[in-house]
Design a protein around this ligand. Structure first.
Ligand code: NDP
Ligand code: AKG
Length: 497
């Protein structure tokens, strides 16, 4: 039996309870009887204290040379490596991810830290010729200020790292508001930042409800930027508030990702991709495969292979190394996914396998849902259009490559996409014509790498990207600098120079 943790806020280098003293609980989704952590139910007053600390710290942090800022980030990488297993096990208990995937989540945090530590010695700007003689022109990146990072529960280490590390290397200070379901993981991560020695106030953590702490951060006049990953609904609300209060905002929202399997595909390879893409992380990824667009010539064969393989997946607690599919994160997710099965029945989709809450034996203490394949799905059905965020995938038959691309694009979202084909011409055509931020050729829709931009088109976001150098464009402003060493007034576009 593992003991529960008492998590606190981290403000100005101090571990503190909520000013009100109120607390909330985080429980193991594989067995809700197990308390994983208690954490502060913070309010606007706690947010005010964190914003004040971050604002004060910003004055000095922005002047620390970027290679020195990167030194702290490198130390985060070292500490994450040191604590990888402990953190992965905590994650598996707190949000249910199978342990191998939890290790992958921490590894992504490590990769991210190593990448942005390196960026501290680059942060390249441009030098460019001036129109004038004896004048030098260049661009430099400058930080934005105090950044609020509002993160979900599905990648409790990777997503906070994607946001915090580029923000910090650019010279901003941060306040993390993690999802309540992964408050212990967030505290562990911020302990690592503390141990890495960041100056007081540079890194802050405020736990609590999104509707209280998240909202207070978004509305706060002294927050300069909000970076958010989560639902489209909350994202739209945050976007509207930031518009009203003139804040920079970066939104990473939903997906309705599809994998195309063409008639010439390597079916075994496509099968591995479909299983991992649809049921990895119990389908709780914004990049999860929730539609399989199958060419009519391989549909029957591929479908029976897929059903057979899905039947072998083992549901269980993530901490058990034999588990393939863990629980959903909480009862609300379980209800949401069950609700979509009602929709599927109403829409006359055919359940080929799964389709129910799994409550045999010890599973009855958790939020388990059977891996589910829906057939006879048409592109207009709700199950084919709305983000389900669970282990449910819809099969849609297509007659041609062109039809597959058309259906793939026929969604309000545009995050990830995939095509399995041996035809290089089709692969390149797909790369060009698919409307999505990410396209995989002969790979599943999941598995992004930290040095490439991550994000999507249409309602998946608001045009920004996380990860890679693209994240530096979120967390810094461009300043154009002209140095005139002519010793006289030179006026571009007016003087005949
Ligand atoms: N794109 C993605 O990666 C993700 C998408 N989702 C989608 O969202 C659905 C619901 O999941 P849910 O966890 O409720 O997602 P939310 O978008 O509501 O939550 C994401 C984060 O935002 C916070 N938050 C909630 N309301 C507000 C608000 N008004 N202002 C500021 N911050 C807020 C949450 O805090 P708190 O935890 O306290 O609610 C959490 O930290 C899922 O089924 C899935 O479809 C969810 C997670 C990730
Ligand atoms: O699958 C991936 O590549 C990353 C997924 C992710 O970050 C997410 O679902 O939020």
């Amino acid at each position: 039996m593992t003991t529960s943790k008492t998590c606190l806020n981290y403000i100005n280098g101090q571990w503190l309870p909520a000013k009100s003293g109120a607390t909330l609980e985080s429980r193991n989704p594989a067995d809700w009887r197990q308390l994983v952590a208690t954490f502060p139910r913070s309010e606007a007053a706690d947010v005010d204290a964190a914003v004040e600390a971050a604002r004060n710290a910003y004055c000095k942090w922005r002047l620390v040379p970027a290679p020195s800022r990167a030194g702290y980030i490198y130390r985060v990488a070292e500490l994450l490596i040191q604590h990888k297993e402990e953190l992965a096990q905590l994650m598996s208990r707190e949000m249910g991810k199978p342990i191998a995937e939890a290790r992958g989540d921490v590894q992504e945090g490590i990769d991210c830290a190593l990448y942005y530590a390196g960026e501290g010695r680059r942060l390249f700007g441009q030098t460019t010729p001036s129109e004038m003689p004896n004048k030098f022109a260049m661009t430099v990146r400058i930080p934005i200020g105090v950044c609020a990072l509002i993160t979900p529960w599905n990648f409790p280490v990777a997503i906070p790292c994607w946001k915090a590390l580029p923000a910090l290397v650019c010279g901003n200070t941060i306040i993390l508001k993690p999802a309540g379901d992964t408050s212990a993981c967030a505290s562990f991560l911020i302990q690592i930042f503390h141990d890495a020695g960041f100056p007081e106030g540079v890194v802050n953590l405020v736990h609590g409800f999104g509707s209280e702490v998240g909202k207070a951060l978004t509305e706060h006049p002294d927050i300069d930027l909000v970076s958010f990953t989560g639902s489209s609904q909350t994202g739209a609300e945050i976007g509207a508030t930031c518009g009203r209060t003139h804040k920079r905002v970066c939104l990473e929202l939903g997906g309705k990702n599809a994998q195309i399997v063409m008639d010439d595909a390597d079916l075994e390879l496509a099968l591995e991709g479909a299983v991992w893409g649809a049921f990895g992380t119990t389908g709780q990824r914004c990049t999860a495969t929730s539609r399989l667009l199958l060419h009519r010539d391989i549909k029957d064969k591929f479908t029976s292979m897929f059903v057979e393989r899905t039947a072998k997946l083992r549901l269980g607690a993530g901490i058990d190394p034999n588990t393939n599919v863990g629980p959903l994160v909480n009862v609300a997710q379980l209800q949401r996914v069950s609700g979509y099965l009602e929709v599927a029945h109403f829409e006359k989709a055919k359940v080929l396998i799964g389709g129910k809450i799994a409550n045999m034996g010890d599973l009855k203490y958790g939020f388990f849902f059977e891996p589910t394949i829906l057939d006879n799905v048409t592109p207009d059905m709700r199950v084919a259009r709305e983000e389900i965020f669970g282990p449910v995938v819809s099969l849609i038959e297509v007659n041609s490559f062109e039809e597959a691309i058309k259906i793939l694009n026929d969604t309000p979202y545009g995050l990830s996409s995939s095509i399995y084909t041996r035809d290089v011409n089709r692969a390149f055509q797909a790369m060009r014509d698919i409307e999505a931020g990410i396209t995989y050729i002969n790979g599943p829709t999941i598995g992004a790498e930290v040095h490439l931009p991550f994000g999507g088109v249409k309602q998946t976001g608001n045009g920004h990207r996380e990860a890679g150098t693209a994240a530096l464009d979120v967390f810094s402003e461009w300043k154009s600098v002209y140095v005139d060493f002519s010793g006289r007034l030179q006026r571009a576009q007016i003087d005949n120079h």
